[in-house]
Design a protein around this ligand. Structure first.
Ligand code: GLP
Length: 264
């Protein structure tokens, strides 16, 4: 596990984008797992800039998004389809056929659809690099507390806390989705490399529990401790409750000197 403590939100976005861009340069057919949420905006902004100004090529990149609200059309401004189009896809040269996002308009047969989504990931050869944000309650994707740590892509009920947190992006009085389709923890743990990003004091408790707490379904991001290649990129506020900061700084320094490609 690598913990990268950055000064602020902007640096978190730049560092994550640098790693993603490096991965695409090393493998033009990168299978990239994507996340939504405000934490990701800076990452996508920098990837779009690198595409425009440095020619970062997305023409062979294949993407799989983590999740989507259920009961929300792809054209809805708060859908994750819309978010991805606005913040990344419209700004880079990725072919439509290479993009995979769970369908939020399903009305039944969720299990068959979710199995197809898992199959599409397998058919592509698995996900090389997965971006993750984190909820205040420690969720990744929409794997709410008490999700099975072996879970696969499925329909999931949102917790009251998540509904309250995400309500800010919906219009006042608008009905909030109560469910989502999300990759499972088991699905996420099979990806080859994970970058989890967090910024702000509201995430500090979830980050401390995920990195230093016991592996527990009550904080689903703690399952990442079982992954062989996870990098947490967090700002000072999100890292404020960590107790082993000098050790993380030491590991980071050694990584920068011995394996610089891990960070670029
Ligand atoms: C949603 C998404 C998560 C994301 C979280 C945090 O719940 N399903 O994948 O990590 O929001 O969002 P933000 O970055 O806006 O705090």
């Amino acid at each position: 596990m690598l913990v990268v403590l950055e000064r602020d939100t902007e640096q978190v976005g730049l560092q994550a984008a640098k790693i993603v861009a490096g991965a695409i340069r090393r493998n033009s057919s990168l299978r990239l797992g994507l996340a939504t949420g405000s934490t990701m905006i800076g990452v996508y902004r920098e990837l779009v800039r690198r595409h425009r100004e440095e020619g970062l090529d997305f023409s062979r990149v294949v993407t799989f998004n983590l999740d989507e609200y259920l009961g929300v059309a792809s054209t809805h401004p708060q859908s994750f389809h819309h978010f991805m189009q606005e913040h990344l896809f419209a700004g880079v040269n990725i072919p439509r056929a290479n993009i995979h996002i769970p369908d939020g308009t399903l009305t039944g047969n969720y299990d068959a659809y979710c199995e197809q989504y898992e199959q599409a990931i397998r058919d592509a050869g698995g996900i090389d690099l997965q971006l993750l944000g984190i909820g205040r309650n420690g969720h990744i994707g929409f794997n709410e507390p008490m999700s099975s740590l072996g879970s696969r892509t499925r329909m999931k009920e949102l917790s009251a806390e998540t509904i309250a947190d995400n309500r800010k992006s919906f219009a006042p009085g608008e009905e909030m989705p109560q469910c989502a389709i999300t990759m499972g923890i088991g699905t996420i743990l099979e990806t080859r490399r994970i970058l989890l990003l967090a910024t702000g004091a509201a995430k500090a408790d979830a980050i401390a529990k995920s990195i230093e707490g016991p592996v527990a379904a009550s904080v689903t991001a703690s399952a990442l401790q079982l992954h062989r290649d996870v990098t947490f990129i967090i700002d000072e506020e999100a890292g404020s409750l960590l107790t082993h900061k000098p050790y993380y700084a030491h590991v980071l320094k050694m990584t920068r000197s011995l394996m610089p490609e891990r960070l670029s």
